[in-house]
Design a protein around this ligand. Structure first.
Ligand SMILES: [Zn+2]
Length: 150
C-alpha cells in the first residue's frame, strides 16, 4: 500500500480534495504526487480554473487550516465503507476493515497514510499553478512552514 512520508502535505491533500468536491462536485483527485517541497493532484475536469477559483480554493483550504480542526481516524467494516465512500482508489488488499481519516467535520475518507494531528500543523497552503490537458486538471501546490499573519 502506498505510504505517505509527508504528513502535512498529505493532510493538505485531503482538505484540497474536499474543497474541490464542495466547489465543483466532480470528485476527489484520481492521482496525486505528494512531496516535501511541491505536490500535485489531478482531477477529471473540463477546463482550467480561473484566477478567482484558485483564490477561493486557497481561501477555503486556509480557512480549514486556521480553524485548527483535529485529524482523527476511525475503523469501519468494508461493507459500511462501500455505502459511504468511493473506494475506487483503495487496493483490494486493504482488507475487511477500513481506516477512515476525518479532518474535523469537514472531510472524511478512507486512507492508510500518515497525517498531521491537527489542521493547523499544515501551515499556509498555496496553489503554485494549474493546468488543463486531455480532460485532466492538475493543481500544483505547496505549503509554507507557518501560517501567515491574518
Ligand atoms: Zn490520508
Amino acid at each position: 500500500m502506498k505510504e505517505y512520508t509527508e504528513p502535512r502535505m498529505h493532510t493538505a491533500e485531503h482538505i484540497l480534495n474536499q474543497t474541490m468536491v464542495r466547489m465543483f462536485n466532480r470528485g476527489r483527485s484520481f492521482s496525486s504526487h505528494i512531496e516535501k517541497k511541491k505536490s500535485k493532484c489531478d482531477y477529471r475536469f473540463d477546463r482550467d480554473l480561473t484566477a478567482e477559483e484558485v483564490a477561493e480554493i486557497e481561501q477555503r483550504v486556509n480557512g480549514i487550516i486556521r480553524a485548527d480542526l483535529p485529524v482523527r481516524e476511525e475503523f469501519i467494516s468494508r461493507q459500511e465503507g462501500e455505502r459511504a465512500y468511493d473506494l475506487g482508489r483503495l487496493p483490494d488488499s486493504a482488507g475487511e476493515t477500513l481506516r477512515i481519516v476525518r479532518v474535523g467535520d469537514y472531510d472524511a475518507c478512507p486512507c492508510s497514510g500518515s497525517h498531521a494531528s491537527s489542521s493547523a500543523e499544515i501551515g499556509e497552503f498555496k496553489i503554485v499553478s494549474t493546468g488543463f490537458e486531455n480532460g485532466v486538471l492538475r493543481i500544483r501546490f505547496k505549503i509554507a512552514d507557518r501560517p501567515e499573519s491574518p
